[in-house]
Every structure is written in C-alpha cells, then in structure tokens.
Design a binder for this molecule. Structure first.
Ligand code: SAM
Length: 254
C-alpha cells in the first residue's frame, strides 16, 4: 500500500461500543414492554440513562472529544525515566497507541506489543499493524497475540515494560498481583517499568503500602506510586471507581 493510500490511525476508545448498544437496546426493549407493563418504564429509564452515561464517557475519552485517554497515556510517558536504548514491551496494547507513541519518542528502540485481542473489544492485531504503518514506525514495532497472565518471553528480556489499563481485565487470573509480578518478571535487571491500572481497587491489589513492600521482596529496587486519578484533566463524570476514579501508576526500576 502506498503512503498516500494509508488510512489515518484508529486507536479506538476504552468505552467500547457494547457499553452503549447493550444498555441502549435493553432500554428500548423495556420501553416497548412498558406499554403492557407500565412499571417497566423505570427499568427502561435506568438502562437508557446508563447508555447516555457511556455515550458521554466515550466522548470524554475520545481524541476527537476531550482526549482524556490521550492525557492518561501522556502522564505515563511523562513519568518514564528511560534512556531509550534496547527492547521494550507494551502489555495489552489494544490498537497500540502507547506502543506507537513510545516508538516515536524513542527512535533507537525496538518495540513489541502483545494483546489477547478478545472479542469484547474493538481492537485487533491488524489495526495495530495498520496504525504502525500509518505512523511510520512499522520497521521497529511488532505485535503478537498472547496473554498478560503468561507472557511468552524468558525472564529479564526487556529494557522497558509498560502497560496501560490492562491488568484488571485479565480474566484468567483472579489475583491481579500475580499479573503484575508476571509483567515484572520480563523486565531486565536495571530495566524500567511503568504500569497504569486500577491500583486503588483494594479487592484486586490490597493496600498500596503493602503492594509496594511486596514488590521490593520481588527484587524491585525502586518503585513509586502516582495517583493518576487526581490529575486535573480527569473530569468528575469519569471519577467513578471502575472508570478513572481508582487509576494509579507504578513507575520504577528493577
Ligand atoms: C482498556 S484497554 C487498553 C488498551 C491499551 N493499553 C490502550 O492504552 O489503549 C484494555 C486492553 O487489555 C486487553 N486485555 C484484556 N485481557 C488481556 C489479557 N489476558 N492479556 C493481554 N491483554 C488483555 C484488551 O484486549 C484491551 O486491548
């Protein structure tokens, strides 16, 4: 494909279309049934309200809207203390916005993006490859299907490992600390990492102080926790616990 025919990159939205059409269809169905059972109008209202909330949240996250998604990624890039030499891994890359931003920022490095690309998301390996070509970094970036719970790489393979809002989604591992440990396993000694996730959900990660202490026992020499949720660019409507209200970042060095 020539450069002129390359499509603009499509990085998708963290509020997938299913979050809108499922409650939307349910709401309309209950509204129809409310002609026969008037009490169902309450359920119809709740589902339609939910669909409306997700439409608004999708707008807030979108690059064409308030670009909260881009700003959350930007915060991760801002806190990264890396010299840009060697091999990097992006775990759960989605449509690869972070992988590609990193590849543009660090022209000496090579990048791998992995994702399971499950059906629930509007993301795919072919979209990642198209985006990398459209952004002119495809020579240094490759993508593979794999799970964050069992990374197909030997211990200490990467100079940099990043992940943005993925660990909490890993369905086959109930204990999200195990997913974090798996990500840290593939960081080289003296390599750096930056992980953003819902680290303030205690049911997943426990107390933050305890998590930081545990990471030190795993051989992590430096680690800092940054509360992304407090960033001024996150609007009140996104501060719900399973949206951006519990997001934080673990940044450090092995
Ligand atoms: C909120 S999206 C974030 C995508 C990307 N990191 C970004 O910043 O746009 C969550 C991603 O986690 C991926 N994911 C979910 N479970 C996974 C697993 N077990 N292994 C790898 N990726 C997974 C999904 O496919 C999706 O791409």
């Amino acid at each position: 494909m020539s450069e002129l025919t390359l499509k603009a990159p499509n990085y998708g939205n963290w509020v997938g279309s299913k979050f809108i059409y499922i409650p939307g269809i349910m709401g309309l169905a209950f509204l129809g049934l409310a002609f026969f059972f008037p009490a169902l109008v309450v359920l119809a209202g709740l589902f339609l309200l939910l669909a409306a909330y997700f439409i608004y949240a999708r707008y807030l996250f979108a690059p064409q809207g308030e670009n909260v998604q881009g700003q959350i990624r930007g915060l991760l890039l801002e806190h990264l203390n890396w010299d840009g030499a060697g091999q990097a891994l992006d775990i759960g890359c989605g449509n690869a916005p972070l992988t590609i931003e990193l590849a543009k920022k660090y022209p000496r490095a090579a990048f791998i993006g992995i994702d399971c690309w499950s059906k629930g998301w509007d993301y795919s390996q072919s979209a990642c490859e198209r985006n990398a070509r459209a952004e002119g970094v495809d020579q240094r970036v490759t993508f593979h299907q794999a799970s964050a719970s069992n990374l197909p790489f030997p211990d200490e393979s990467f100079d940099l490992v990043v992940s943005n809002l993925v660990f909490h989604m890993v369905a086959d591992t109930a204990d999200k600390r195990t997913v974090l440990r798996e990500a840290l396993r593939v960081v080289k000694k003296d390599g750096v990492f930056a992980f953003q996730d819902l680290f303030l959900v205690e049911q997943m990660y426990g107390q933050m102080d305890d998590l930081l202490e545990t990471m030190r026992t795993w051989g992590i020499s430096q680690v800092e926790f940054i509360e992304t949720r407090k960033a001024s660019f996150i609007p009140a409507a996104l501060k719900l616990p399973f949206m951006a209200g519990t997001i934080g970042m673990l940044v450090g060095k092995k």
